[in-house]
Design a protein around this ligand. Structure first.
Ligand code: GAR
Length: 211
């Protein structure tokens, strides 16, 4: 069983998608063992409670630097024997050392088709504002491993979603969540726990295992 920790900062709909997939038996080789929130008012904490998953709060402002925060998080995850870290709307930057310790064991969901609308400053609704300002006709979501470059790690999966006339950032965000994020993220978690994802020279390969 792979111990999975989900890191959150907000509403936690992606966390919910993972919890629902687990409840349906779709992550047979993984166990959500902890939810860690960078904000004490994140609704994601309520979702963890409902699912009876231990939830913790680690606020960035309680630490003097990104490094101190990342070190504390790293030691907590090691104490919990976590093998997979999922960033599900986690809005706090993590240190390079953290990314290296958990190399190819941190999965993030980004609400655009990387390499479009990604990198520093592109998070949450800002991503959809930028996509609409550019007038793209297709956007989507990307699930990827995390490295020290923001949104720059190996891509696990992507799904395109149509942009419609009259979309607001909120409408586009919801469509991308429903059609892409909530499907791709639980599947990536499940595939990781099944040992189906390998990274060679920065490229993710999906290995189908025959019994
Ligand atoms: C999601 O759209 C996720 O892709 C995005 O924040 C939202 C969190 O929603 N993440 C980023 O922008 C990371 N760069 P949720 O809390 O309901 O899952």
């Amino acid at each position: 069983m792979v111990n999975v920790a989900v890191l959150v900062s907000g509403g936690g709909t992606n966390l919910q998608a993972i919890l629902d997939a687990q409840a349906r038996g779709e992550i047979p080789n993984g166990r959500i063992c902890a939810v860690i929130s960078s904000r004490e008012d994140a609704y994601a904490l309520e979702r963890a409670k409902q699912a009876q998953v231990p939830a913790m709060i680690m606020r960035r402002k309680d630490y003097e630097s990104v490094q101190a925060y990342s070190d504390a998080l790293e030691s907590l995850l090691k104490d919990l024997d976590v093998q997979l870290v999922v960033l599900a709307g986690f809005m706090t930057v993590l240190a390079k050392s953290f990314c290296e310790t958990f190399e190819n064991r941190i999965i993030n969901v980004h609400p655009a088709l990387i390499p479009s609308f990604c990198g520093n400053g592109y998070y949450g609704l800002h991503v959809h504002e930028a996509a609409l300002a550019k007038g793209v006709k297709v956007s989507g979501a990307t699930v990827h491993f995390v490295n020290a470059i923001t949104d720059g790690g190996p891509i696990i999966s992507q799904k395109a979603v149509e942009v419609c006339e009259g979309d607001t950032p909120e409408i586009l965000q919801k469509r991308i969540m429903e059609q892409a994020e909530w499907k791709l993220l639980p599947k990536a978690v499940s595939d990781f726990c099944d040992g189906k994802l390998t990274v060679v020279d920065g490229i993710v390969h999906h290995i189908e295992q025959n019994n």
